[in-house]
Design a binder for this molecule. Structure first.
Ligand SMILES: Cc1cc2nc3c(=O)[nH]c(=O)nc-3n(C[C@H](O)[C@H](O)[C@H](O)COP(=O)(O)OP(=O)(O)OC[C@H]3O[C@@H](n4cnc5c(N)ncnc54)[C@H](O)[C@@H]3O)c2cc1C
Length: 401
């Protein structure tokens, strides 16, 4: 049998956009929001039927801290707006001290972080993007970048309506897997993952707490883990690690995760919990990121002249990072930008860059950079860091720690 087939088909050309964002996780949402607020005609393409990516569909409902764990806020702008939105309708546990702006923080170690309800957050995100004039396309896969040399002229999408082509001036890849960048030929770095499977449910204790306190938030805070934690504890002995890009492997990741949870339920978990939601996407932390003009490796305390925003460390207290502009692009590709867990990062840097606040931060920076590229007719590598910083600062982003 032949190794390849060659496919030729006519694809209808649809409406043109200034900016197309592929992927509606927190990074894609921040990117589309930033672009639209800068006046760009923006479309967001999401392959599932809800916004939020891992944070909602993936049931990862803990917004890691925006602060440094020593009382100082690090990550602001859309990252902070989204944290507030995630708890705007209740269901959160944001420490009260962080809701009183400008006052000294009585307990600096209490972090600016919260649990949230994934369903309510997804609904609020939908409303936010619509209010900001983003063309939202659900249940549509951004499948291929159309390339003219190193320039991307637009995206081919797939949906029940068929295959379509949308021209665009700038494309932001926020797919979490660098699908678009990798297919465009941008060099990428591969990640590895332990087997993790987290579901949501309630326990007799959480129901009692909710009833006793008349606060439904207690129904929101029971996660059930099968497999490994962040550090590999619980990864089944003898099982290989997962890259998560080849579909055989990704499907195996999901199959094994589901089997492990069912085994736990059979072994007695059923007496303690009632599951009500399974993750709608693979809970892979790091699959693929781009190799950009710069790579963030997580150097604590390093000042970056071309910083696009500051971050703390969710794993520990008192660390300070600045993310450089060059993580968003590979200069050979003039109009492609990365956002979220696929920005150019390595080692500790990838751990810091991949979580919800930092994904929103790089998303906002990418959307802002796109507006400058379009407004000034520049390639990604030509935009001035101080111009990106000026716009980000105007929108409340803290650039330096
Ligand atoms: C097990 C686990 C635990 C975690 N725990 C935490 C935690 O407690 N707190 C925290 O802050 N972070 C945590 N994280 C990290 C965090 O959830 C994610 O890294 C972050 O939400 C990434 O956001 P993103 O927008 O970059 O990517 P994603 O959330 O992956 O979003 C990508 C979006 O793009 C869509 N998409 C993908 N491909 C296409 C395509 N071709 N076309 C159209 N749409 C596409 C997807 O459906 C998805 O909506 C955890 C991650 C994992 C896996």
């Amino acid at each position: 049998m032949a190794e390849h087939i060659i496919e030729t088909r006519q694809v209808p050309v649809k409406e043109a956009f200034d900016l197309i964002v592929a992927g509606g996780g927190v990074a894609g949402i921040a990117a589309a929001l930033a672009g639209a607020r800068q006046g760009l005609k923006t479309m967001l393409v999401e392959k599932s039927a809800i916004l939020g990516g891992l944070a909602t569909l993936g049931l990862i409902n803990w917004y890691e801290p925006l602060c440094d764990g020593a009382g100082r806020i690090m990550t602001t702008g859309i990252a902070e707006e989204l944290l507030k939105l995630s708890v705007a309708y209740g269901y959160g546990n944001l420490p009260e001290q962080w809701t009183r702006q400008g006052e000294p923080k009585p307990e600096p170690q209490k972090r600016y972080a919260s649990i949230f309800n994934p369903s309510v957050f997804a609904l609020a995100l939908n409303e936010l993007l619509l209010k900001n004039g983003v063309e939202l396309r659900y249940d549509m896969i951004a499948s291929w970048p159309v390339m003219k040399g190193f320039r991307c002229t637009g995206l081919i999408t797939e949906s029940a309506g068929g295959r379509e082509y949308f021209p665009a001036k700038v494309i932001i890849d926020a797919t979490g897997d660098a699908d678009i960048m990798a297919r465009a030929g941008v060099p990428c770095r591969n990640g590895t993952n332990y087997l993790t499977y987290t579901a949501h449910g309630c326990t007799a204790e959480s129901v009692k707490k909710a009833l006793d306190s008349n606060d439904m938030v207690h129904l929101n805070d029971s996660r059930f883990w099968a497999g490994s934690d962040l550090n590999g504890l619980g990864h089944p002995e003898g099982l290989h690690f997962f890259w998560g890009i080849p579909n055989e492997e990704r499907s195996e990741f999901i199959r094994l995760g589901q089997a492990l949870l069912l085994e736990k339920i059979r072994d007695g978990l059923k007496d303690e919990m009632c599951p009500y939601a399974l993750p709608g996407m693979a809970q892979l932390r790091k699959t693929r990121c781009i190799v950009g003009d710069e790579t963030f490796t997580g150097e604590d305390g390093l000042y970056r002249e071309n910083s696009i925003g500051a971050a703390g460390d969710f794993r520990t207290h008192g660390k300070h990072y600045e993310i450089p502009l060059g993580v968003l692009f590979n200069g050979a590709f003039p109009n492609l930008l990365a956002a979220g867990r696929i920005v150019s990062a390595h080692e500790d840097g990838w751990e810091i860059a991949r979580v919800i606040p930092t994904a929103a931060l790089t998303g906002e920076a990418a959307g802002t950079a796109a507006s400058l590229m379009i407004g000034e007719g520049k390639q990604a590598a030509e935009i001035e860091a101080r111009e990106v910083q000026r716009l980000l600062e105007k929108n409340g982003v803290r650039i330096h720690f």
